[in-house]
Design a protein around this ligand. Structure first.
Ligand code: CA
Length: 380
């Protein structure tokens, strides 16, 4: 069996209501999907986490990695991963390169599952669970929330009423606004909901520590990306100064990066994104590291149905860390912001029911990709 082609599919859609996290306002959503085809008619889909950086990723995939991969055995995932990573290692250990490799790697897992007639979760070693607890990611800054912060309460209550047992909101808009917003949301949803906050590395350690002192009184489940991802000492300073668990890792890459984050005890919850950390193959190695350090792994997910399905299979194959009768389960991050590409790419296949999403049972990633639908959003 040989790989005959790789095609990258850059997609973009407008959104009706722009929204912001601590770094920028978003006016549209983008995605980069990757299709790998073989000489036996089996094909697989992967996804790269890239926001608007897709033109660079398309060039990397089409012009740098594709010539290396054509003719290779698609089942040789480790061989291909190693070949691609080493090809650009000296000038591309993190970021765009690992995003491109991730997209290709996820597609290879999809192919492997289809060839074996098994879901990816089985190839990963089997399911600890048939459904994964999902938490709702939303509560971004909007014009409406600026005019009336109570809008956050309405949104949070809607997630709780849908059945989500966990909700993540954005902070990083200034200490006073953050404390007010988290208080409002906590009041609205009550104490039984897991409430996570995400600063997207908006603050220096000193401000993060002051915010964390307030979050302690609001029963916050974790404080995500308090400081810039490069500042591992800053992570440790914040973590040592608060009892609120610290989460991070969506801007970290490969086993080499995560070894630092874990061994230096920067985080309580580690969050690799399968679509940029190096794919499912690399996430498996990162999970082994996290297990060795007794650290919980909850992947970052902010993509289409492919990213969600890949995360579901991966999470289902994770043991709780550390294991016990009362371990906190890993969770699926379910982005609830407006994204027609995400919703249309997995219509009805990955919906949350009572706060859980079923792990697809079909071969490979177990979801159908409607290429006619994708055409509507294709950039070229
Ligand atoms: Ca985040």
């Amino acid at each position: 069996m040989k790989i005959t082609d790789i095609t990258s599919h850059p997609l973009r859609c407008k959104i009706d209501q722009s929204f912001a996290y601590s770094q920028k306002w978003l006016e549209h959503r983008s995605a980069l999907l990757v299709k790998v085809e073989t000489d036996e008619g089996v094909s697989g889909w992967g996804e790269c986490f890239c926001h608007d950086a897709w033109p660079a990723l398309v060039a990397l995939i089409d012009r740098v990695y594709k010539p290396l991969v054509i003719g290779q055995d698609p089942l040789a995932r480790e061989v291909i991963w190693s070949l691609l990573y080493n090809w650009t290692r000296d000038y591309g250990q993190k970021g765009l390169t690992t995003a491109a490799i991730s997209g290709i790697d996820i597609a290879l897992w999809d192919i492997a599952g289809k060839v074996a007639g098994l879901p990816v979760s089985k190839l990963l070693g089997g399911n600890f669970t048939s459904r994964v607890e999902a938490y709702a990611t939303g509560l971004y800054l909007t014009q409406r929330a600026i005019e009336d912060p109570m809008a956050l309460q309405e949104e949070a209550v809607a997630y709780a009423e849908e059945g989500f047992k966990g909700i993540k909101m954005k902070v990083g808009f200034g200490l006073a606004a953050d404390v007010r917003n988290v208080k409002l949301v906590r009041q609205a949803v009550g104490d039984s909901i897991k409430l996570m906050v995400d600063a997207n590395h908006a603050y220096p350690p000193s401000v993060s520590i002051r915010l964390a002192q307030h979050l302690e009184h609001l029963g916050v489940f974790w404080f995500e990306e308090p400081v810039i991802p490069e500042d591992l000492d800053g992570y440790c300073e914040v973590r040592q100064a608060t009892t609120v668990p610290i989460a991070g890792g969506e801007a970290e890459f490969t086993r080499y990066g995560f070894l630092q984050l874990l061994s230096r005890r920067c985080v309580d919850v580690v969050q690799p994104d399968l679509c940029i950390c190096g794919g499912i193959s690399e996430a498996k190695k990162i999970a082994a590291l996290a297990s060795a350090f007794g650290t919980q792994l909850v992947p970052h997910v902010w993509g289409t149905g492919i990213a969600i399905a890949a995360a579901l299979h991966f999470i289902a194959s994770l043991s709780s860390e550390p294991p016990s009768l009362n371990s906190e389960p890993s969770m699926l991050e379910l982005d609830r912001t407006e994204n027609a590409i995400r919703d249309g790419s997995s219509v009805g296949q990955l919906a949350a029911v009572d706060g859980y999403v079923a792990v697809p049972k079909g071969p490979g990633l177990g979801i159908d990709i409607d290429e006619t639908f994708l055409e509507k959003y294709k950039v070229f």
